[in-house]
Write a protein that binds this ligand. Sequence first.
Ligand SMILES: C[S@@+](CC[C@H](N)C(=O)[O-])C[C@H]1O[C@@H](n2cnc3c(N)ncnc32)[C@H](O)[C@@H]1O
Length: 209
Amino acid sequence: MKLKQLEGILGSLQQFENPKIELEQYPTGPHIASRLLYTAENSFGDVSDKVVADFGCGCGTLGLAAGLLGAEHVIGFDIDAESIEIASSNAEELEIDMDFVQCDIRNLRLSDRTIDTVVMNPPFGTRKKGADMDFLSVALKVASQAVYSLHKTTTRDHIKRTALREYNASSAEVLCELRFDVPQLYKFHKKKEVDVAVDLWRFVPKNSR
Ligand SMILES: C[S@@+](CC[C@H](N)C(=O)[O-])C[C@H]1O[C@@H](n2cnc3c(N)ncnc32)[C@H](O)[C@@H]1O
């Protein structure tokens, strides 16, 4: 599938109806989501015929993109039942076979490394400090091949240091810097959205296959 075609399909997906601020529910737009998955597949071969997990899947954009690019099996994890319902209806609409697990990602325990690749746009940690790092820590425990994740550029040094020293990463590479439109979280802000600089990361866990 061509990049533009993927972006077009992702642009048609239903998104959060009543986003929950405390869970940092803002969608990854089709431009960024399509490039994240396209790069994972075409530059690194981390998607097609792989088991892909979408952490904090929200309405399913990243996981469904993996399905469209030929993932063998896709599983979406989210704490919020309403999001999973929307994601599930998006999957039905696209006729993609995607499984869902409602859970707090911090409590996820998978005994063996059945997941090849994790894709995620975790909460940036603006509402719950450290939420981004919680996601990364678990992702690097369960993935056997690679983790793709978006993090605020201002946290770059911290992310790299922590991933390599404490979170089981053998490599941590920023693939590109992007602009991300994040909705303003407080009513008194004049603008509806702020443009945040975000890094697209690729992490490789130690002992990757
Ligand atoms: C920034 S949104 C990303 C949504 C979607 N992945 C996307 O890219 O459009 C973060 C998602 O993480 C979920 N989330 C927040 N905290 C979580 C937790 N502790 N465990 C699981 N999911 C969580 C939210 O419900 C939300 O869907």
